[in-house]
Each structure stands twice: as structure tokens, then as C-alpha cells.
Ligand binder design. Structure first.
Ligand code: PRT
Ligand code: ZN
Length: 286
């Protein structure tokens, strides 16, 4: 039987859509009909398991799945023996401490002897220990944000993304314990054959992710400005320069990183670039 790499992804939740999208962008096709527990890819040696995110680290440690996509917060909380292969850049959030907004706050010392409610007792206990604070931790599995209001705790430790859950529950963030994103984790001892499938998958993931962080840019420039313009453009190697039909002008093609994008465009304009076109890149092989 052909070897397949087994990947665990979240069945339904905040990471599901982006995990499926990533596999799709890697050109991997499978049937993910509702209520399916697993699916075999048609065009890549991959088998996909749809699981609860909390179970993924354990399944990967046990080798039931070879790899998995799961939040760093879950990986650290479960503390299983797995390795992180790649950071995936989605599912970003922070694990923070929050208290009722009317309460004064000076420093972590204010939490000495206080009661916390959290779904992340391991990470929180570790953080408090490192900061030499002794406090009581009450583990609860959901709706942590209501704990101070019902007198269950003085503070909470929970995931935050926009902050609106804290806000609507009259809480304010005091300390960020962890900044988390989705990780690709792997079993500690996968076979050579599976490792080579994983390498192929990683190659595709990296191509997809670099493409997302970069844009293809085309512009026209007078030849006497080419030198300055080429200095502004970082490019993968050096920009491509093609003569235009109009004498004394060239077309310049290059790749720019998303986070430097606006700064570069402004500089290009002030240095004589015209007709600037910016195009998304689908895949980028470095
Ligand atoms: O059913 P299953 O166990 O698989 O899913 P789940 O309900 O345990 O997890 P899910 O789908 O809620 O989250 C999956 C992962 O998404 C988490 O482990 C994080 O890695 C990541 N993630 C990113 C988040 C958030 N952002 C997030 N905002 N997980 C949860 N939240 C919750 C948070 O707990 C709080 O209730 O959203 C609320 C806060 O959001 P804001 O925008 O109001 O601040
Ligand atoms: Zn969960």
C-alpha cells in the first residue's frame, strides 16, 4: 500500500477554514464533506483527519497522525512531545490576563494570593511561577470571561484577538502571556518515507506563504532614472528591465514585500516611476 502522510486539522472552529485553504493552495484536493472524520487526498499522498483542536497534540505525539495544524496556545498547554515544523501565520491571538476594568492595576504583584479562572492552567501556572507570584488557578472550559462577574475569580487568563469579548464583559487586559498563531507540528520520529512527503508539503507551504508576503510590481521609468529606481527595488535577485517602444523609457519588473510596499511605492513615484502596476503572486519558489 502506498505510504500516506497523516495530517490532523481542526474539524470545525477558528482554524478549520484557514487550514483547509492552506492545503488547497498547496494544490492538494480532497473531499471534505460535512461530518467526515477523515479524507484521502486525490493527488498527493496525504490523509486528512478532522479532529477537535485539543486532541491534536496527543494524536501527533502518539503517531495516530504524523503532523497537525494547531494553535501554539494548545501546543504549549498540552505540553506533548512533538516538534514545531513551521509557523503558519494564521489564527493569530494572544493569551492575556484581564481584570474588571474599574480595578486599579500596578504590576503582576497585585495578583499575589488572588484567584484566576482560565482554560490554560499549565501556561498560566508556569508564567506565575516564573514571575514568583503565588495565586489560585481555577480551571474552567468555556466562557471564562464571565468568571469575575459571577464571583468565581478575581482575574482571568484567556485568548484575545479583537478585545471585544473583554470589552463587552467589562474587563481590561493587563498582561500578555503569549502571542500565538497556528503551527504545523510533527511527530518526533516519523519514517524517512513520510519525512520526504512532509518535505514536499513544506516546500509547497513555503511557496504559498512567500507568495502571500510579496507582490509583483511593474512600472515604467525614464532611462536616466533607472539606476535610482533599481536601488529602491529590492527584488529577488535584481529587477528585470525591458525597453519600451517609446525611446528613452524602460519597463521595470520586480518583487516587493508586503510590509515595505507603500514606502517603496512612494519612493518610486517621487523618483519618476509611472504606470505602476501591482499584481498578487500565486506561488513563489525561492
Ligand atoms: O471544538 P474545538 O475544541 O476544536 O475548538 P475550540 O472551541 O476549542 O477552539 P476555537 O475554534 O475557538 O479556536 C481554535 C484556535 O483558534 C485557538 O486555539 C487559537 O489558537 C485560535 N484563536 C485565534 C482563537 C481566537 N483567535 C479567539 N479570539 N481562539 C479563541 N478565541 C476566543 C477567545 O477564547 C474569546 O472567547 O474568542 C474570544 C475573544 O475574541 P475577541 O475577538 O472578542 O477578542
Ligand atoms: Zn478546543
Amino acid at each position: 500500500m502506498k505510504t500516506r502522510l497523516k495530517i490532523a486539522i481542526q474539524k470545525s472552529g477558528r482554524l478549520s477554514e484557514s487550514s483547509l485553504k492552506l492545503l488547497k493552495e498547496c494544490g492538494i484536493e480532497f473531499d471534505n464533506g460535512l461530518n467526515k472524520l477523515k479524507a484521502e487526498a486525490f493527488n498527493f499522498p496525504l490523509e486528512v483527519f478532522f479532529l477537535r483542536d485539543d486532541d491534536i497534540p496527543q494524536y501527533v505525539e502518539d503517531g495516530v497522525a504524523d503532523i497537525g495544524i494547531v494553535g501554539e496556545n494548545v501546543v504549549l498547554e498540552k505540553n506533548k512531545k512533538t516538534k514545531t515544523v513551521n509557523r503558519l501565520g494564521f489564527g493569530k491571538c494572544r493569551l492575556s490576563i484581564a481584570i474588571p476594568k474599574e480595578q486599579k492595576y500596578n504590576s503582576l504583584k497585585d495578583f499575589e494570593g488572588k484567584r484566576f479562572a482560565t482554560s490554560y492552567p499549565t501556561i498560566l501556572a508556569d508564567y506565575l511561577l516564573k514571575n514568583k507570584i503565588s495565586a489560585e488557578i481555577q480551571e474552567i472550559s468555556g466562557s471564562v470571561e464571565i468568571a469575575p462577574g459571577i464571583g468565581l475569580a478575581d482575574a482571568i487568563c484567556d485568548l484575545v484577538s479583537s478585545g471585544s469579548t473583554l470589552f463587552t464583559n467589562g474587563l481590561k487586559e493587563t498582561d500578555v502571556i503569549l502571542r500565538s498563531e497556528a503551527l504545523l507540528i510533527s511527530n518526533n520520529s516519523i519514517t524517512k518515507e513520510k519525512q520526504s512527503i512532509l518535505n514536499k508539503l513544506l516546500f509547497r507551504i513555503n511557496a504559498v506563504r512567500s507568495a502571500k508576503n510579496n507582490k509583483y510590481i511593474l512600472l515604467n521609468a525614464p532611462n536616466n532614472k533607472l539606476e535610482t529606481i533599481c536601488k529602491i527595488l529590492p527584488g529577488m535577485k535584481s529587477p528585470t528591465i525591458l525597453p519600451l517602444a517609446e525611446k528613452g523609457w524602460s519597463s521595470v519588473h520586480s518583487v516587493v514585500e508586503e510590509d515595505q510596499f507603500w514606502e517603496i511605492i512612494e519612493k518610486l513615484k517621487t523618483n519618476g516611476a509611472q504606470g505602476i502596476l501591482v499584481v498578487p503572486i500565486e506561488k513563489m519558489i525561492l
